[in-house]
Design a protein around this ligand. Sequence first.
Ligand code: UT7
Length: 330
Amino acid sequence: MTRAYVSGTGYYVPERVVTNDDLAALMDTSDEWITERTGIKERRYVADGVGTTDVAIPAAEQALEAASLTVQDIDLIIFATSTPDYMAPGSGCLLQDRMGFPEIGALDIRVQCSGFVYGLSIADQYIRAGTFRHILLVGAEVQSTGLDLSDAGRDVGVIFGDGAGAAVISATEEERGVLSTHLHSEGKHAKELWSEVPASGRNPRISVEDVNEGRHWLKMNGREVFRHAVTRFPESIMEAITANGMTAKDVKLIIPHQANLRITMEVARRLKVPLERIHSNIDRYGNTTAASIPICLAEAVSDGTIQAGDHVVLVAFGSGFTWASAMIKW
Ligand code: UT7
């Protein structure tokens, strides 16, 4: 039986470090408030003119190198982002061109914070079906250019950061790799975390008035998102565990989307899992949406936290609402 496994990982974050004190110079906030409510100490922002594909490239190059593959070996690009370079075409096409891939398929998926896990489920299906042998899966975001860094946007502005993570998903005949994936959505909550414009239902899609009224910024009903997140994360983790006839004790590492450290702590409490078994880097990078899970994964692989034979759960929740999990045997 053919299974999909992670044959290489990589990540990239921009050099520019933005501390909580840097944000406190721009808006009415403080290091104390941000640290206490979110666990974030700093995040990375791109330089002017740097877009989502730009941050994806070094992460993808690293993942290819770790997998000992070249662009010629890849059969499909899956690009998860909520901040594509343009409304059209997708960032996957830009990556195909910039990195010199052959004329392979390039698929953008827009599932916000759950994008990487959704992307993994797609890669898994193509590989199990025998259609492809190697797929490049990228999660990349430039959030900083969509944040209102004034007092009015302080609840959202302090949370998000820029970055990219990538993984090569390859075929194996061994008893390992992606064991299951579990996808969900509940679109009635779409406006709890969204950007209203540009919108296809408006003509023009974005107007000067929209910009003056701040409709282009990312907006979030933080309390509502939080309330759903603390239920969906544990539920989704347990879905992956029970689908494989396991218990939480069998899982070496849980890699949650980095939404908020308080959410991670609540997940640990509800599942009675020690915090050391839940990967966290939100203090350094903030919430990087679709990039957060592949960045964590690349860190946990490179620092040796994940070893052959370990069971790892990836889990995400975010805008949509969407949520998803995956069980991987390393
Ligand atoms: O990746 C997508 C998933 N996103 C998430 O999971 C985010 C989920 N939500 C959260 O993490 C939290 O709701 C936040 C961190 C966004 C906010 O924390 P909270 O404890 O829910 O705060 P709140 O929105 O209830 O606001 C409490 C107070 C308010 O002031 P008043 O009305 O009590 O006077 C806010 O105006 O904190 C104020 N506030 C701030 N104060 C200083 C909101 N943002 C800030 C800020 N600095 N940046």
